[in-house]
Write a protein that binds this ligand. Sequence first.
Ligand code: CTP
Length: 402
Amino acid sequence: MRPFDGSRVLLVVTGGIAAYKSVILMRRLIEHGAEVDVVMTEAAEQMVGAVTFSALSGRPVKRSLWEEPLAHIDLGRDADAIVVAPATANIIAKLANGLADDLASATLLAAEAPILVAPAMNTRMWENPATQANVEALSSAGLVLVGPASGPLAEGESGPGRMEEPETILAHLGRLLEQNSVLRGQRVVVTAGPTLAPLDPVRFVGNRSSGRMGFALAASAWRRGADVVLVCGPTRVDPPVGPRVVRVEKAEEMLDALRAELDGTAVLVMAAAVADFRSESPRTGKLKKENLAGIDIRLTAGPDLLAETLKQRRAASVFTLGFALETEDGPANASRKLHDKGMDMVALNPAGEPDSGFDVVTNRVTIIDRNGLVEELPLLAKHEVADRLLDRVEERLGGGAE
Ligand code: CTP
């Protein structure tokens, strides 16, 4: 999976209890197509056996400066990215001060590849001014620090010091590997999930959107280095690591959030399944059972978010990618929506097919844009659809997506 497929990652494991989580991190990297070399310190081997890493990676673990005289130079040179996980106070101090007295520290000192550091230590060691100064020095030097998270620590205390979860480190590593996107540093707003039309304090009219397509787009944009705002209706699926999440329920709330975020935005992705109606008169008290038989619920049109933001989007030159969910006359309806709603690109999405659309992990879309592009994509995982769509967006913004 992009961007790990074919990349070389060097995993440096130092002596924290969290070293067992680095085994999972390594497995996830390999599953995503990365080649992983592992360097362990002597202290790390007190926590997890080197054989665990070598058996799972299929490559020998490097442990000493003296096994292969130039390993510390080669390892750092050959890697596309380096991740130090867990990173103890000791390796952070060595790295900040240029010490090189074992294979791990010498490799890090000689490395040219970008480095991600995932600290893990006791809270008081983390909060010690010496550690904080070292961490500050690493940040200033351009290293990426992920964590530590707060929570229960091995020694029974609680506070900042836990190594971040492997999935979180993986997401940040993806962003580190993908350096050349035109979306880097740009603001991208993505809407996702359903919006609800409340009938009373406990009931609503909604739709089956899981939010997965929008989440995949937000994750892909964030991985490309964008500053992503994810405006998201109620979903059961967790949003991805990275984007700033703004939670809403009703279409009107999603519209308010959009209006507040649009200025300064380069790309708007409207993946939300916005409810097209609202209840004419939502009740303030719960509708009682005895009054439900034969009840008439009158619905009225809700706001069209794209129509409502058209002027603001044009004034701010926001490139807009939307979806068209259709059961019939797909291409014609999608092209009409593209023009009527002032979109720059639309993903035509057939509704009612078991393997695409709502609440499944795959999707089949056709990309249509204002320049006459019509590109039918095969059935793909939603994260792959998201990548293809954003590649096209990048091309349109003048970038170099392949
Ligand atoms: N959309 C919107 N506001 C709405 C409804 C939809 O901004 N009230 C956006 C969607 O996020 C999507 C695009 O408009 O990007 C098209 O949505 P779709 O549901 O396909 O079309 P509708 O406008 O709802 O039209 P219809 O229901 O007639 O197909």
